[in-house]
Structures are given as C-alpha cells and as structure tokens.
Design a protein around this ligand. Sequence first.
Ligand code: T46
Length: 183
Amino acid sequence: MRLTVTPTAIPEVLILVPHAFEDARGSFVETFNARDFAAATGIDTPFVQDNESLSLGGVVRGLHYQIRHAQGKLVRVTEGSVFDVAVDLRRSAPTFGRWVGEVLSAENRRQMWIPPGFAHGFAVLGERAQCLYKTTDYWHPACERTLRWNDPAIGIDWPIAFAPHLADKDAHAPLLGAAETFA
Ligand SMILES: Cc1cn([C@H]2C[C@H](O)[C@@H](COP(=O)(O)OP(=O)(O)O[C@H]3O[C@H](C)C(=O)[C@H](O)[C@H]3O)O2)c(=O)[nH]c1=O
C-alpha cells in the first residue's frame, strides 16, 4: 500500500500517510501522486497552487478560509511539527462548528486533507515548522476570511502552553457566531 488514508472524527477530513521507501542511503517518498490520491480518497479535484510557510515557535496561523473560492487543502510538514486543525463551517453538516486536530510532522509524514467549507489553522509545536500545502483554488484575497483560533464555542484543545504569536488579522478574527459560513 503506497498511501494509507484514515478518516478523522469529521469523516470528510482525512489523514494520509504515503509509504516511505527506506534503504541504506536514506528514504524516498512520493509525497503526492494524483492517481493514487484520487483512487484512495475518491477526490479528483485538481490542485492548482502549492504553498509553503515557515513559522517560528509560538506561532499560530489561522483559522483561515476563503468564501466563494473555497479551497480544499492537502497539508504536510517538512520541518518540525504542528498541531493542524480543521473546523467545519458547512451549516448543513451535522458536524458544523466541530473541529479535528492532528499532529503533522516531518517525522510522521502525515498529511491532512481539508475539504472546501472548512477553516484551517495550525500551531507550531517546536522551535519552528515548515508547512507545504496544495490548494484546489487560487488565492483570492478579497475572499479571505478569518475565524478566532480560541473561540470557546468551537473549543479547540490546542496542545500549547503559551499565548501564541498571531497576525493582527487573527488576533481580531470574528467568533463563529459572526463568521461567514457555507450553506
Ligand atoms: C495565503 C496566501 C498569501 N499570500 C501572501 C499574502 C501576504 O502578503 C503573505 C502572507 O499571507 P498570510 O499572512 O495570509 O499567510 P498565512 O497566515 O500563513 O495564511 C495561510 O494560513 C492558513 C493556515 C491557511 O490555511 C491559508 O492557506 C492561508 O490563509 O503571503 C499569497 O501571495 N498567496 C497566498 O495564497
């Protein structure tokens, strides 16, 4: 099996782990294969953009999403470790307002698939972390929206013992009750 896929507590949010081929020289991994991804997940929406962010210890990025141009995201970590979170913003879903979080790291090679209709964010768990993620729509700044990372109505159990370093837009993000959501 070249790609294992495990649903999270929100079934549409998936954890994927590609197989690592290891030998005396090191290792080789197909980090993304469109044919295997579609066969394993049933999702064949093409990815159109690759992003990379480097974050220092103490940082939380998010929670972010785009309206009208909602992005599906396939997230992985190539340096360090993050607690990656998805929040369901689909009003018609039984899991509306619920969250799932997983530790993604360079070492565990886990990837998280976050469908359109979800907010995404992560907390850095070490000194620094590099995240790479593929998106199913382009960046549309006018469509960007934020959601408060520590909204008690969502209740994300962030495994951090510090007040995070946030971008201004995240420090002043709306609570779920005031956020634009999806049908
Ligand atoms: C998202 C994005 C940003 N930018 C520019 C805009 C800013 O000048 C700079 C930093 O953007 P921002 O502060 O929005 O970066 P993050 O806070 O890491 O935002 C991301 O963080 C969370 C976790 C996500 O899931 C989203 O992909 C994205 O919102 O990059 C671009 O040029 N293209 C892009 O696709």
